[in-house]
Write a protein that binds this ligand. Structure first.
Ligand code: NAG
Ligand code: NAG
Ligand code: NAG
Length: 324
């Protein structure tokens, strides 16, 4: 797609004051853009499609841009970790919140595909490194996906992701790239062709990040647990049943809880969904986890406090003067 005309091309040169205003506007925009572009897919043809929740359709799905298929079992996944390893570089965990892992397209039977489109391979360290047939998944060496976000002028998105979508032992953008190339390329509603003839390179990447964040907002794990009296503690442990009951009481379906250290340290949660419409804009319906928890069924489970210096306040204080 051709970029929209730069605003200064349209200016009548002798109107000096107008020029000044325009110069200011352009200065605040990313190169080559006069406004932040829309990154959503072209869905007008979806209006005539039948309505159903993914994995519950009784007839085959024809337009796969309208509903994720295969991959109709949609997982919104989150991490609980206590450090990032890059605290010195300012990479910290958000106080009072779990972090985003990704948005994954499982098949309705619980199996899944990965790295489905090598022309959209932006992961610098693919995991797995090879396909089952032994073919290497080539590590990406180009500019990070954070540069794609900047090219779309989405300072807001970048700021949010750097607060809530946090990697461990490597820069955040490596995790974002991994999630897009491993999972979004296998999700039909993010296929390049779904964006229509005006597709602009990488708009699917931006669109996936917005969608993963929207899904993440449905599941405020920290707040739900805290409201049931379950807060991170290095003194008191909990049981799997306590976590599951607290979350299920609000979600309406049991999520998957993942633990490390032989089932004793809580580290992740996966919320399973069927989706009516697209992952981008459709309605998520929570469904029971189809994976068995890796946490101990009867033993103590630790929901550890973050390490000192690994956490930061991510909400913003509004001063009295601004409120009044
Ligand atoms: C190996 O599997 C990948 C992914 O399914 C496929 O793209 C590739 O063509 C296969 N390579 C060979 C040599 O069969
Ligand atoms: C892991 O946990 C199981 C059951 O909770 C226990 O039987 C086993 O001994 C543990 N293994 C290790 C290495 O601690
Ligand atoms: C809590 O315990 C975990 C696990 O040992 C540790 O990593 C973390 O630093 C501890 N947090 C605090 C505040 O002591």
């Amino acid at each position: 797609m051709a970029l929209r005309t730069r605003r200064y091309d349209m200016v009548v040169p002798h109107i000096a004051s107008f020029l000044a205003v325009v110069a200011l506007t352009v200065a605040g925009m990313p190169d080559g853009l006069s406004s932040i572009p829309i990154t959503g897919p072209a869905l007008s043809s979806c209006a005539s499609e039948p309505r159903f929740f993914s994995c519950e359709n009784t007839t085959p799905i024809k337009n796969t841009c309208c509903s994720p298929t295969p991959g109709g079992l949609v997982l919104a996944t989150q991490f609980w970790s206590t450090y990032t390893g890059l605290e010195k570089h300012g990479q910290k965990l958000p106080k009072g919140s779990w972090t985003i892992h990704g948005l994954w397209p499982d098949n309705c039977d619980g199996s899944y595909e990965q790295y489905c489109d090598l022309s959209r391979q932006y992961d610098p360290a693919p995991s797995p490194a090879k396909f089952p047939n032994g073919t290497l998944i080539p590590p990406y060496k180009g500019p990070g996906v954070d540069t794609f976000i900047r090219q779309f002028g989405r300072k807001d998105l970048l700021a949010f992701m750097n607060k809530y979508w946090i990697n461990q032992g490597a820069p955040n953008a490596d995790l974002w790239a991994h999630e897009f190339s491993k999972h979004a390329t296998c999700t039909s509603t993010f296929d390049v062709r779904c964006y229509g003839p005006s597709y602009r390179k990488h708009q699917d990447v931006i669109n996936y990040y917005d969608a993963a964040i929207r899904a993440h907002h449905h599941y405020p794990t920290f707040d739900i647990l805290a409201a049931s009296g379950i807060v991170p503690s290095n003194k008191t442990s909990y049981t799997l049943d306590q976590f599951e009951r607290a979350l299920t009481s609000q979600i309406g379906a049991t999520p998957y809880l993942g633990c490390t250290n032989n089932g004793t340290v809580l580290s992740e949660v996966w919320y399973f969904n069927h989706v009516s419409g697209t992952e981008q804009y459709g309605t998520f319906k929570p469904v029971e986890s189809s994976a068995a928890s890796s946490c101990s069924k009867s033993g103590p489970i630790w929901y550890y406090e973050r390490s000192r210096g690994s956490e930061q306040e991510v909400r913003e204080w509004v001063s009295r003067e601004n409120v009044d």
